[in-house]
Design a protein around this ligand. Structure first.
Ligand code: NAD
Length: 250
């Protein structure tokens, strides 16, 4: 289905982004996979084959984003899919937040996507079915201890996505809000705590388990496909029912 597709996936060297890249490659797309983790990116490059093109880039850095976008323009002349997926966060109490923590969270989770859309919009307009997916989080809607910066940056990303549908007609913008997904990101809570978190989540989520990267990637590929050309400005919660059942428990 994606044989002619050129896709750019950020945070492609781990977890959800890696699975999105893997599925696009499997379906015939050419994927430019971006990450700031050189070692994991190299391993991804080796495992996904010729149609995966690894590009080292820190999405907080405007100059690196400009270079990346110039590469896309020079190499392909257009872009069909942009997945703004790169993410992590520093978790902190509101009274302990400094400028460094604020900028770290907001630069990765909001500034990166904003700059990528700005620089890539002309190339997306050259596609027959241009699609942008922004990876937010259920944290945008529900509260958890020490998540205030991460949550508000993700909430801003969701609103940004909606706003873009008005400002940049002709390109589809959709947002995904994952619940608790089993990826290396959970190590931010302490690697030793992950098994207990997964058990707790399995008890709270109506579907009876934490999510898997493919639960998210399956939806991304659908949203970017020619079966979803009227889905625009949507926010899709993929959390096994967690949000309806209560809070994170975290
Ligand atoms: N795992 C979850 O439970 C969960 C829940 C909700 C939302 N999300 C979101 O999904 C996205 C993917 O997360 P994941 O769970 O796959 O995490 P992950 O840690 O497995 O992968 C994230 C990737 O992003 C990369 N990255 C981080 N900052 C970057 C930067 N500045 N520049 C380039 N690359 C950068 C990391 O190196 C890593 O490879 C994130 O935006 C995350 O906030 C995850």
């Amino acid at each position: 289905m994606f044989k002619e597709t050129i896709a750019l996936v950020t945070g492609a060297a781990s977890g959800i982004g890696l699975e999105i890249a893997r599925q696009f490659v499997e379906e015939g797309a050419t994927v430019v996979g971006v990450d700031w983790n050189e070692e994991n990116l190299q391993a991804t490059d080796e495992s996904l084959g010729d149609r995966f093109i690894a590009r080292l880039c820190d999405v907080r850095k405007a100059d690196q984003i400009r270079d990346l976008c110039k590469y896309i323009g020079d190499e392909f002349g257009r872009l069909d899919v942009l997945v703004n997926n790169a993410g992590t966060g520093i978790l902190q109490d509101p009274e302990e937040i400094g400028e460094m923590e604020f900028l770290f969270n907001y630069d990765i989770l909001l500034k990166g996507p904003v700059l990528l859309v700005k620089d890539l919009a002309p190339m997306l307009r050259k596609s027959a079915n241009p699609s942008v997916i922004n990876m937010a989080s259920v944290a945008a809607r529900i509260n958890a201890a020490k998540h205030v910066l991460y949550a508000t940056a993700k909430a801003a990303l969701e609103r940004y996505t909606q706003h873009l549908t008005r400002d940049l007609p002709g390109i589809r913008f959709n947002c995904i809000l994952p619940g608790v997904i089993e990826t290396p990101l959970l190590n931010n809570y302490g690697e030793e705590n992950v098994p207990a978190i997964l058990e707790l989540v399995a008890g709270r989520v109506p579907c009876g388990r934490a999510g898997k990267a493919e639960d998210i990637a399956n939806c991304v590929l659908f949203l970017c496909s020619d079966k979803a050309t009227y889905i625009n400005g949507a926010s899709i919660v993929i959390d096994g029912g967690l949000m309806q059942a209560g809070d994170f428990g975290l």
